[in-house]
Design a protein around this ligand. Structure first.
Ligand code: C2E
Ligand code: CA
Ligand code: CA
Length: 759
């Protein structure tokens, strides 16, 4: 038995001295009465002894409670228990000696009955009073059995029969009742302890729940509210409160006015009655979001669960924000823009809206050359500028990359869209300083108008995109309104793209070769390979039409390698001193392995690398810088000659010529056309050729169509090679072979002769 239970049992013995008092008073009174009526000294002594023992017992009780706090050990309690048992047994023994003495000193039946019944009456209470202590019951029964049996023996006669028939069953009864009661008590104790454990566990579980729990009885009165509820609501809810009072008492912490609280209380009460079912959502003053769920119980009561869903809400907000806003610029993203645009189109039917599709010029270059961090910062700045331009008058969104849109709702006139477009272009044009880099990117804008250009978001966006494409083609920093022809052109282009993708596989491409002559001797030095596309329906399509498309859709690498392979293979049929010039698109340097392709082709065809010229445009070289330069340098080291094509159409800066790994400069035909009429161009051409001579670069002039042009070139410059319709148009492979065989020097020699004759 645990010490605390043992201690409580000992406590129980000493508690309630009232019954003891009553019992001893009754016994003393009865004994005194008999003693007085029988004038027996023995009885008086006996009563005095009973009274004395009682006195000692009361003293003991008093002393026990006085020392109770100091008792710690089981042995100390055991000593007090023993003390109690000895005194109680002594008390009972003396009490039961009373009838023994009465039977001995008198024959008065009344006195005998009185003393006997007082003893029996006192004994009857033992099982009820002391059943918890088995030893006490047995000690008391034993202490009473001897004197009572003695009384019966002294009484003699019929009294003797009372011993087996009365006293024995009586004592057995007392012991068995006490035993039974004791076992009941211990069962009760066990179940009480069990209940206490369950209650403690339940309490711990309830109060450690992460969610608040309230339990209402069928009448809507609060039975239980756990700690979490008090924490969440910032108030203590008292049992017995009804739902409305509970909500109202939480008002200071719930983010609501008094009327809101009444409303919430009404909703709360309605949900308690399951009208309607489903949770309630509210927010507290310190921005805690709550979900309040209601669960009916079988007895008609309700369990209310109050959950703090603030973190969940925050996570939802973050997800929602990520889904609707661009994290880099904080502008609405494409999905958000489309939703907003649809909303405007549905709600403002019949009104005029403008959609401005803004695309940065040259953003890719910034990203490629200065890195993504600078690119990102630039986009953020552009986004801020767009916000400033538009203010509250439009909806700005980032569609992705360097593409933005501005939606101007309910505009009066198209000029409003033009004004915003030109302001946007101007503001984006202002240079920015990012990490020490002074950058200036421009913007091009395509504009489409609702309802003129369409009524559906996707269609209008697509038309603004077409207008943008057209703006880009016009040169940077322009805005263009959508026109129907753009769509036609776009369709044609889409068709072209589709056809282009299958052209290589369908063997629709072929090469022609245009000869280049040495000016001094008139000998053919090389042929330039030029691609041709015979479209099955549309016939010949010029390279100027499809090459830019192939570049844009990334097909140029494949086509380029095909050209290189075909051209080199054809050149193998020519004498070794005749070279082959192949055009290489700048895009090939960005997107494919030019070095790998060249190596492969040279190996497969067996062409000597010194016979191959690669023509690359001036602008391509200027824009691409380091990467391209490194490739060209490597190719040059392999013996391949690098030709700067179209010189005079782009930057035409002479200052950088020595910085690039080039062998030849090819002067563009537009330049040649001017020398006939424009003296300045002639001077310029002379300057260029002189400088090239100084730098050790060879000069080729292309597009020579007339003898006058040729004469100027011969007279004024130190050009080495020459190419143009005057000598030969591009030829198919068979024609080119015929030309090589047919003494080609004559052409140039003839012109020279004519010139001498003219002089
Ligand atoms: P390009 O590289 O400047 O090629 C010279 C262009 O000028 C050729 O036009 C040629 O036929 C033309 N031409 C030559 N002599 C004269 C002349 O005296 N007068 C006139 N008016 N034109 C002359 P084509 O073949 O139409 O090629 C146009 C452009 O297409 C080429 O210009 C080149 O940039 C591109 N291209 C052609 N073939 C290829 C190729 O295989 N790969 C790449 N990447 N581009 C190519
Ligand atoms: Ca060329
Ligand atoms: Ca050219």
């Amino acid at each position: 038995m645990p010490l605390d239970v043992f201690a409580s049992r000992v406590d129980a013995l000493y508690q309630d001295p009232k019954t003891l008092l009553a019992g001893s008073f009754a016994a003393t009174a009865a004994g005194t009465y008999v003693a007085v009526s029988d004038r027996s000294v023995a009885l008086v002594v006996c009563i005095a002894a009973v009274a004395l023992v009682n006195l000692v017992r009361f003293g003991c009780i008093f002393w026990y409670f006085h020392r109770r706090c100091d008792l710690k050990k089981r042995s100390e309690y055991a000593a007090w228990k023993r003390r109690y048992i000895v005194l109680a047994a002594l008390h009972v023994a003396l009490l039961c000696t009373l009838p023994t003495v009465v039977f001995a000193v008198t024959d008065d039946h009344a006195s005998q009955l009185l003393s006997f019944s007082v003893a029996i009456g006192y004994l009857a209470g033992i099982s009820g009073r002391n059943f918890a202590c088995k030893e006490l019951v047995i000690a008391q029964v034993a202490a009473s059995a001897v004197p009572l049996s003695a009384a019966m023996i002294i009484g003699g006669g019929h009294y003797l029969a009372a011993i087996p028939l009365g006293l024995l069953p009586f004592f057995v009864g007392i012991v068995s009742i006490a035993t039974r009661l004791r076992s009941l008590l211990s069962d009760l104790n066990a179940s009480e302890q069990n209940s206490r454990h369950i209650a403690t566990r339940f309490d711990a579980a309830l109060n450690n729940m992460p969610i608040g729990l309230l339990m209402f009885d069928p009448n809507g009165r609060l039975l239980v509210a756990n700690h979490r509820t008090h924490e969440i609501l910032g108030t203590r809810l008292e049992s017995g409160m009804n739902a409305q009072t509970a909500v109202a008492s939480s008002r200071p912490s719930i983010k609501a006015t008094r009327s809101d609280v009444s409303h919430l209380a009404a909703l709360f009460a309605a949900r308690m009655k399951r009208m309607p079912s489903g949770p309630l959502f509210t927010e507290t003053l310190n921005d805690v979001a709550l979900k309040i769920a209601f669960q009916a119980m079988n007895d008609g009561g309700t369990v209310v669960l109050v959950e703090d869903i603030t973190e969940q809400r925050k996570a939802e907000h973050v997800i929602e924000r990520l889904a609707t806003f661009d994290s880099l610029t904080n502008l609405p993203n494409r999905a958000h823009f489309l939703r907003e645009f649809e909303r405007v189109l549905t709600n403002k039917v019949g009104e005029t809206h403008a959609l401005l599709f803004v695309d940065l010029d040259d953003f890719k270059r910034v990203n490629d050359t200065l890195g993504h961090a600078v690119g990102d910062e630039l986009l953020r700045i552009v986004a801020d500028r767009l916000r400033n331009v538009v203010g509250g008058g439009g909806f700005v969104s980032r569609l992705g990359g360097d593409e933005f849109v501005i939606l101007l709702q309910s505009i009066g006139q198209l000029s409003e869209a033009s004004a915003i477009a030109s302001r946007t272009i101007n503001i984006i044009d202002i240079p920015v300083d990012i990490s020490g880099h002074k950058l200036s990117v421009g913007a091009s804008i395509g504009i489409s108008i609702v309802p003129r250009d369409g009524k559906e978001a996707g269609e209008i966006l697509q038309k603004a995109d077409l207008a943008l494409y057209s703006a880009k083609k016009k040169g940077r920093g322009k805005f263009v309104f959508f026109e129907a022809e753009m769509e036609v052109a776009a369709h044609a282009r889409a068709a072209l793209e589709a056809d282009l993708k299958s052209a290589l596989a369908n063997e629709e491409f072929s090469l022609v070769f245009q000869p280049q002559y040495q000016l001094a001797t008139g000998a053919i030095t090389a042929f330039e390979a030029l691609i041709r596309w015979r479209h099955p329906q549309r016939g010949w399509i010029p390279p100027a039409t499809f090459i830019p498309v192939a570049e844009e859709i990334g097909l140029i690498s494949e086509i380029g390698e095909w050209v290189l392979a075909q051209a080199c293979a054809e050149a193998r049929n020519w004498p070794d001193h005749i070279g082959i010039a192949v055009n290489v698109s700048p895009v090939q340097f960005d997107r494919s392995d030019v070095v790998g392709a060249v190596k492969r082709v040279l190996m497969n065809t067996g062409l000597t690398s010194t016979r191959l010229d690669l023509e690359i445009t001036e602008s391509a070289l200027m824009q691409r810088g380091e990467h391209t330069t490194a490739i060209l340098r490597y190719l040059r080291e392999q013996g391949i000659k690098i030709v700067l094509d179209d010189f005079g159409t782009g930057y035409s800066s002479l200052s950088y010529l020595d910085q690039f790994p080039i062998d030849k400069l090819k002067i563009d035909r537009s330049f040649v056309q001017r020398i006939e009429t424009d003296a300045r161009s002639r001077v310029l051409l002379r300057g260029v050729t002189n400088m090239c001579a100084d730098l050790g670069l060879r000069v080729v002039v292309e597009g020579v169509e007339t003898t006058t042009q040729l004469q100027s070139i011969i007279e004024d410059t130190t050009v080495h090679e020459i190419q143009g319709y005057l000598f030969s148009r591009p030829l198919d492979p068979a024609q080119a072979r015929v030309l090589i065989k047919a003494e080609p020097r004559q052409n140039v020699a003839q012109v020279r002769r004519n010139r001498v004759a003219a002089c």
